[in-house]
Write a protein that binds this ligand. Structure first.
Ligand SMILES: C[S@@+](CC[C@H](N)C(=O)[O-])C[C@H]1O[C@@H](n2cnc3c(N)ncnc32)[C@H](O)[C@@H]1O
Length: 282
């Protein structure tokens, strides 16, 4: 079993260095579907493969509406991964998006994918840490994030940073894993050691945190029932990526990842872990 025993952000960096959803896998999946190379690709050609969260494009669209995104919005995607949600927002709404991503390989891959589909005038990828955003106060109209704050121990700081870079009246909307009351200490420790889930908040914990950071009109929505079937099919998706994943990271790593992901999905099935969507006005 692999263990991520590093403190700070190192655990999350290592976890995503060997993640089954990666730039090469996205390009291979697109080429398989098209039966050809990657010339003249459109952003929409990537959307089935470049979204590393639960619920696909409808989830991004819902979040965008909660964040008040329109064509003129300056949007920040915090922990943007391979840039999939950022490209979708630019494609769907015509807005400008900056995606901040900590992992160097993922940030570089996100920038390459964005250039490949010629969206680089609308989407900028910045390699940075979400707890120290390299932007001036009030620089954005909307902040979004999906399934990433679980990796950040200091959630108050990242939420405070979102508040700082939003203009007054701007909106933050994010989804994340949430801890349910029966989640035990041993299970929390395993999620930390195996999936770089440093600390997990409850829905009420997040709601209070947004209030303390100065957000108003805070809304919190439990997504656990929606996520359960999505996570089951995601486990199936990782199984379907078996050959790609073994070729890239080896058989032992594939086996370990399946076991770890199965443990995670089991916690969601048992109602010990779930998902939440939070939003608020700066
Ligand atoms: C589950 S992925 C989600 C990616 C993207 N939001 C999406 O939905 O496709 C979580 C991402 O958060 C990034 N991340 C983790 N900690 C971070 C931090 N402190 N600052 C910026 N990005 C971070 C990881 O490298 C990873 O790419």
């Amino acid at each position: 079993m692999f263990i991520i025993a590093c403190g700070g952000h190192q655990g999350a960096i290592e976890f995503y260095d060997r993640h089954p959803v990666n730039e090469a896998q996205v390009l291979a999946a697109v080429a398989r579907r098209r039966g050809s190379g990657t010339t003249s690709l459109q952003a929409a050609d990537l959307f089935d493969f470049d979204q590393d969260h639960y619920g696909g494009l409808p989830a991004v669209e819902t979040l965008a509406r909660k964040a008040g995104v329109v064509s003129t919005s300056r949007v920040l995607d915090v922990c943007g991964g391979l840039g999939g949600p950022a490209r979708f927002l630019a494609h769907r709404f015509g807005c400008r998006v900056v995606a901040v991503e900590l992992n160097a390989g993922r940030a570089a891959g996100a920038a390459r994918l964005t250039r490949l589909v010629r969206l680089d005038r609308h989407v900028v990828i910045a390699r940075a840490d979400a707890t120290a955003l390299p932007f001036a106060r009030a620089r954005f109209d909307a902040c979004v994030s999906q399934e990433a704050f679980l990796h950040i121990a200091d959630k108050a700081t990242v939420i405070g940073e979102c508040r700082r870079v939003l203009r007054p009246g701007g909106r933050l909307a994010f989804t994340d894993w949430i801890a349910q009351p029966r989640l035990g200490d041993l299970e929390r420790a395993r999620l930390r050691d195996w999936m770089a889930a440093t600390t997990l908040q409850t829905l009420d914990g997040y709601r209070a945190m947004l209030g303390r950071a100065g957000f108003t009109a805070v809304e919190a929505h439990d997504l656990s029932d929606e996520w359960r079937p999505i996570l089951r099919s995601r486990l199936e998706m990782y199984r379907a990526l078996r050959a790609d994943t073994i070729a890239r990271f080896g058989e032992a790593w594939y086996r370990d990842y399946q076991q770890v992901y199965g443990f995670f999905v089991g916690l969601v099935e048992d109602g010990k872990l779930g998902g939440g969507r939070l939003s608020g006005t700066a």
